[in-house]
Ligand binder design. Structure first.
Ligand code: NAP
Length: 277
């Protein structure tokens, strides 16, 4: 079984989205640690920190804008064409959530989320696949344990992640027999900017509950690179999250939806403690 360092030796171009913070930033740092001279291309609106300047190419991109995705893919295809022989690693990680009852949420933000969490992944991957098929490589898509069951109060977010999970696994089968494979990564609650940008106050959940974010983005990054090196097609991070995924598959979907809603509703009370409304 190759180690992440050995795996990265065969890779000449690494492309990641959302490397400016959280899980994406930790993945870049982990890669830089294991393969200091690897060229990493990052796509996000803001640049990762100063650490990224050496061997890092930042392509400022709002991935919720289809025109921007097309322009970035064009640049990336040139970078891949001019790169040394070797595989291409594409990590689609950018994403955000929006917490609340659907009827209370902003329609535009929900649609932007679908454009980023779903459309951009399909678009970017499809545009880079022809060269990836020639060189070989892996498409890593960051889904979520939210993708294993309907998620009231995060209805659109959970549905985008169910799409990412199912699409990635199916794509892996479509690509069987080629030089490209896929890995679906399903983190559970992880410490990052995610909760703040999704509209939670921090911390959104009571310490010690089953949904307390007990993983760091560094841990998720390390597990992702390990799963990549081991050739896995699905990674659910941590035993608690594996249990949640198992629960979602073993009980009737209506029951799972209701229980999930009860848990997520509690988070709403926590998030809005002190609201006068
Ligand atoms: N944290 C969790 O509990 C958790 C659990 C399961 C799955 N996930 C998934 O993990 C992934 C990374 O999230 P995170 O936890 O690391 O959250 P984060 O710290 O908020 O990072 C989100 C990343 O997405 C990028 N992004 C947001 N909007 C974008 C846009 N319009 N165009 C391009 N990039 C954009 C951000 O970059 P810019 O703002 O610079 O554009 C940032 O780098 C997401 O797909 C998320 O759904 C997170």
């Amino acid at each position: 079984m190759p180690t992440p360092t050995e795996y990265l030796k065969h890779t000449s171009v690494i492309i990641i989205t959302g490397g400016s913070s959280g899980i994406g930033c930790s993945i870049i740092k982990a890669i830089k640690n294991l393969a200091p001279t690897a060229t990493v291309c990052n796509l996000s609106r803001s640049k990762p920190g100063d650490f990224f300047d050496q061997h890092g190419i930042h392509i400022a991109t709002d991935l919720s804008d289809p025109t921007a995705v097309a322009a970035a893919a064009e640049q990336l295809n040139i970078i891949i064409a001019e790169a040394e022989p070797g595989e291409v690693l594409l990590i689609n990680n950018s994403g955000f959530g929006d917490y609340g009852r659907q009827q209370d949420l902003d329609r535009g933000k929900q649609l932007q989320m679908i454009d980023l969490n779903v459309r951009a992944i399909v678009d970017l991957t499809s545009r880079l696949l022809p060269q990836m098929l020639k060189r070989g490589g892996c498409v890593v898509n960051v889904a979520s344990t939210a993708g294993f069951q309907p998620t009231a109060y995060l209805a659109t977010y959970g549905a985008t992640k169910a799409f990412v999970l199912n699409w990635t696994l199916a794509l892996g089968e479509d690509l069987r027999g080629t030089k490209v494979r896929t890995l679906a990564v399903c983190p559970g609650p992880t410490r990052s900017n995610f909760f703040k940008s999704a509209g939670f106050e921090t911390p959104p959940m009571q310490e010690g509950t089953s949904l307390t974010p007990d993983m760091t983005s560094e841990e998720v990054a390390d597990l992702t690179l390990q799963a990549l090196a081991e050739g896995k097609s699905l990674l659910v991070t941590g035993w608690k999250n594996k249990l949640i995924a198992l629960f979602g598959s073993k009980f009737p979907i209506i029951v799972v939806t209701r229980i999930g809603a009860a848990i997520l509703r509690k988070m709403r009370l926590e998030a809005h403690k002190g609201d006068s409304k």
